[in-house]
Design a protein around this ligand. Structure first.
Ligand code: NDP
Length: 289
């Protein structure tokens, strides 16, 4: 039976550490870190994520405001807002909630954020810093995974880490983190064109699934004793639930739990870590300012 990696508990621990560091910063006479969250449109999922980020910030003593704009805002107006936040010395972190409406180029907006305030770690300079292996902002979901591995005492040095998924927010930045000196994994990244994916997955000491397909990773793809990290968040119909669905990961949890050494549940695994890393990044931005 695998050990369950409890993302809620680890996230609470990290948030407590950030809270203490913020309190120390304020006690030393400095102002509290400040995070500006930009929300465009009325997508309920985005609004809910943003509320969660604002609440978590407040809980650790980080001040934050959510700047909300109608979906009809123009790209030029939004770029102007980002420029003002860049120039405001009282703003430490800027987070633009994605996706943006179709008439706005996400990339243009992300690239307009001052890299020193890029707490989401999406700006090309932040990505470059990560690839070179320098210290900088951490990509939220990948860094959350690393934190889970470290705090579960999982050996990453020399481990073969197989990542399924090559997105810019999970697969690619995670590959770069796991390769970094200090973590020292041997990394393989798989995607939809990978040949013999099950065979490669079976070689993994640490297997990370970031695909977006319910139960994609089956027991025959997992080496006994492997560490299995499930990033996926998928809705499957469930009439027994009031809302008519439940959330599952990319991993067939019931089949793999008996053979893995460690496994993350969905929900309650990787998900809760994302906000914790955002708070760490915001504190870092303030301390570096
Ligand atoms: P993307 O859709 O951007 O990327 C999915 C990746 O999976 C792609 O690289 C794709 O390959 C690969 N893939 C898709 N189908 C297959 C297949 N049949 N065989 C092999 N590879 C395949 O997704 P994200 O990375 O954004 O997200 C992945 C999952 O993680 C989603 O469920 C998302 O909701 C969840 N997520 C969870 C977070 C959390 O906090 N827990 C944060 C971010 C995401 P190709 O590139 O070739 O198309």
């Amino acid at each position: 039976m695998a050990k369950l990696i409890d993302g809620k508990a680890v996230s609470a621990q990290v948030r407590e550490e950030v809270k203490q560091a913020v309190a120390q910063r304020v006690a030393s006479g400095k102002r509290a870190p400040y995070l500006a969250v930009v929300l465009v449109g009325d997508d309920p999922a985005s609004a809910s994520y943003v509320r969660g980020k604002a609440r978590a910030s407040t809980e650790v003593g980080i001040e934050s405001d959510t700047l909300t704009y109608d979906a009809s805002i123009s790209e030029a107006e939004l770029l102007d807002i980002v420029a003002k936040l860049n120039n405001d010395a009282g703003v430490d972190g800027i987070l633009v909630q994605l996706p943006l409406p179709d008439h706005i180029d996400d990339r243009k907006v992300i690239h307009a954020i001052d890299p020193a305030k890029d707490v989401d770690c999406f700006h090309p300079e932040s990505v470059g810093t990560l690839v070179i292996g320098l210290d900088g902002f951490q990509p939220a979901t990948p860094a959350g995974i690393v934190e889970l591995l470290k705090r579960s005492d999982i050996e990453t040095s020399g481990a073969h880490c197989v990542i399924i998924g090559r997105s810019n927010i999970v697969g690619k930045p995670l590959a770069n983190l796991m390769l970094k000196k200090g973590l020292d994994s041997t990394v393989t990244v798989c995607h939809s064109r990978t040949k013999d994916l099950p065979g490669i997955a079976r070689q993994a000491d640490i297997l990370v699934a970031a695909i977006g397909r319910a139960n994609f990773v089956t027991a025959d793809m997992v080496k006994p004793g492997a560490v299995v990290i499930d990033v996926g968040i998928n809705r499957v119909d469930d009439d027994t639930r009031e809302r008519g669905y439940r959330l599952v990961g990319d991993v067939d949890f019931d089949a793999i739990e008996p053979i893995a050494s460690h496994i993350t549940p969905v929900p309650g695994g990787v998900g809760p870590m994302t906000i914790a890393v955002l708070l760490q990044n915001t504190l870092m931005a303030a301390n570096r300012a």
